[in-house]
Design a binder for this molecule. Structure first.
Ligand code: PEP
Ligand code: MG
Length: 596
């Protein structure tokens, strides 16, 4: 029976094969009191672990250099010198001696102290290096407790590596092996793994919660590095769809990219804005490469995941600058942090986030989280405002359910503006402010919200989840997750009408915007701006360039008269087959997205 998971696709392509499990959970470390006589042998044990770690890193460095991975070799060299660093080696030995504790406990304290030093440094490069401290500490710890520090090498032909986390050292033996792809529970799009996977052109998905627990070595698995879909024990039919998808994907991508420079407009010359959704700054290059006209949704919560904490205003500004500058005057919409719910809650303290809460999707999420942590919102608003001095930036508040929250958030913005003015720092005094329309409450009060913001962004992912009462990440109810449910479509129609009446801008930024099947319907309902993942931009553009607004409006009228999601989908399928069959067949047709 297929088991479906969803994570974040960080390296494009489809992989099929068998699981090789590399379980890299954090080790729990007991604190043991040592007698006087036990101290010296304990220090020797620690020294042996250092020697072993040095030997392992030396070996890996050699293999990395041989494989032409010079960046990885340099990184491993840095790891090796960290092993000899006084803050790690000497400090740990001191702790064993003075505190009379076991080497594991002493090491953990030294790693924490070292990490704190890196955190305090006012330099992003060095702050980023704290993850290297963790990796070195982890290797030492595993060698101390006698756990294998590196994953096995010599993989079978069709291996897909599944791990809780993979370090750069872990990936070295995988390079030029027959590994077909990676899936990890942790990690973000700019994690070392993601960067290396892209370098190796291997599909990778990160952030797949719960997979390690359910997967076993040898289990059949498929993964899609674009959509982030991962399926364990795929049934034969699903496997063959994936195969078709992989082949079709390659061929079509090449063909669609040829239209990159053409105008995004319908046959009757109605311009349609196609923006990109990004999670990290690096992705802006991919959006531009696929013909994106700006960034319509920057999901900044992924920054918190990368840092494993809430980033400071300065850290955020560095990232925003990396997005604004390559955009060269194209628009950028930055959404304030949307943590909680199904999103990476594990990185936050239990009281702040919702991973331990029974009903997280209805819990302390997004703007509600900001209400409890006003200083984190203020830091972000400060960074966004400062970025607005560098190019056209818009600010977007997620998960709004009432005017009180919005007014409070805008109040915080005003205070951040005053603060910057006092400091003489520039910002755009007219920076547009918008709200995500992603809860039924926001739809109901859209007319009121429209009076207080400059734009709407419809988040269909959550709007569908909350309207249909279907958890968007629960595969048990995935079949009930129907974007074309009449309840959803009526809401979309209403919000578009409210925005038009209030003369404010509207973008659809949920996954519906990325699905070519929905493009004619959304156009027919009056949507003229879409924000979507970069790989989908050329496909949606192809549909836009094949339709007329009249025909789309006619389709929308017909669709709004039918009573079930199934009937709607049927009508949309027929329409798309007429207009842009090549976009439909092979990808959306043969393998509908598993969760959306
Ligand atoms: C949405 O809910 O549709 C959306 C775009 O936001 P996210 O997927 O980040 O919740
Ligand atoms: Mg959302």
């Amino acid at each position: 029976m297929s088991q479906i998971f969803r994570g974040l696709g960080v390296s494009s392509g489809v992989a099929m094969g068998r699981v090789q499990l590399v379980d890299r959970r954090r080790l729990s470390v007991p604190r043991l009191r040592l007698s006087h006589a036990e101290i010296e042998p304990e220090i020797e044990r620690f020294e042996r672990a250092i020697e072993l770690s040095e030997a392992q890193l030396g070996d890996l460095r050699g293999r990395a250099a041989q494989s032409g991975l010079s960046d990885v070799a340099t990184l491993l060299e840095a790891h090796a010198s960290m092993l000899r660093d006084e803050h790690l080696r000497d400090a740990t030995k001191e702790r064993i001696k003075l505190d009379g504790v076991n080497a594991e406990w002493a090491l953990r304290s030294s790693v924490k102290a070292l990490r704190d030093i890196f955190d305090r440094l006012d330099d992003d490069y060095f702050r980023e290096r704290r993850s290297d401290v963790d990796l070195v500490g982890d290797r030492l710890l595993r060698n101390l407790v006698g756990e294998e520090a590196d994953p096995p090498s010599g993989f079978a032909e069709d291996t897909v590596v599944v791990a809780y986390a993979l370090s750069p050292a872990d990936t070295v033996p995988l390079y030029r092996s027959s590994v077909r792809g990676f899936v990890t529970e942790t990690g973000g799009p700019t994690s070392h793994l993601a960067i290396l996977a892209r370098d190796m052109s291997l599909p990778a998905v990160v952030g797949v919660a719960g997979l390690v627990e359910r997967a076993g070595t040898g289990d059949p698995i498929v993964l899609d590095g674009d959509s982030g879909e991962v399926v364990l024990h795929p049934e034969e039919e699903l496997q063959s769809r994936f195969r078709v998808r992989a082949r079709a994907k390659q061929a079509r991508e090449v063909e669609l990219l040829e239209e990159r420079a053409l105008n995004s407009e319908t046959v009757d010359h109605t311009p349609v804005t196609l923006l990109g959704n990004i999670e990290v700054s690096d992705e802006v290059a991919v959006v531009l490469d696929r013909g994106g006209m700006g960034i319509g949704l920057y999901r900044t919560e992924f920054m918190a995941m990368e840092h494993r904490r809430l980033p400071t205003a300065d850290e955020q500004l560095v990232e925003y600058r990396k997005v604004v500058e390559p955009l060269k005057g194209r628009p950028l919409t930055i959404r304030t942090i949307d943590l909680g719910g199904d999103k990476l809650a594990r990185i936050l303290p239990r009281t702040d986030a919702s991973s331990e809460v029974l009903n997280p999707a209805l819990g302390l999420r997004a703007l509600r989280f900001s209400l409890r942590n006003p200083e984190s919102l203020r830091a972000q608003l400060r960074a966004v405002l400062r970025a607005s001095a560098l190019g056209p930036v818009r600010l977007l508040f997620p998960f709004v359910t009432g005017l009180e929250e919005l007014r409070w958030a805008k109040e915080q913005l005003k205070e951040a503006e005053q603060e910057l003015s006092r400091e003489g720092l520039p910002f755009d005094v007219k920076m547009p402010v918008g709200v995500m329309i992603e809860t039924p409450a926001a739809v109901e009060i859209a007319d009121l919200l429209a009076q207080e913001v400059e734009f709407f962004s419809i988040g269909t992912n959550d709007l569908i989840q909350y309207t249909l009462a279907v958890d968007r990440s629960n595969d048990d109810v995935a079949e009930l997750y129907r974007p074309c449910h009449p309840a959803v479509l009526r809401m979309l129609r209403r919000v578009v009408q409210v925005a038009a009446t209030a003369e404010i801008e509207l973008t659809v930024c949920g996954e519906m915007a990325a699905e070519p099947l929905h493009t004619p319907l959304l156009l027919g309902l009056g949507v003229r701006s879409f924000s979507l993942n970069a790989p989908s931009i050329p496909r949606v553009k192809r549909v836009v360039r094949r339709v007329t607004i009249d025909a789309c409006e006619q389709l929308a009228r017909e669709v709004m008269l039918v009573a079930t999601a199934e009937q709607v989908e049927q009508k949309l399928r027929v329409a798309l087959e007429t207009w842009a069959e090549e976009v439909f067949a092979g990808e959306t047709g043969d393998l509908p997205s598993l969760l959306f």
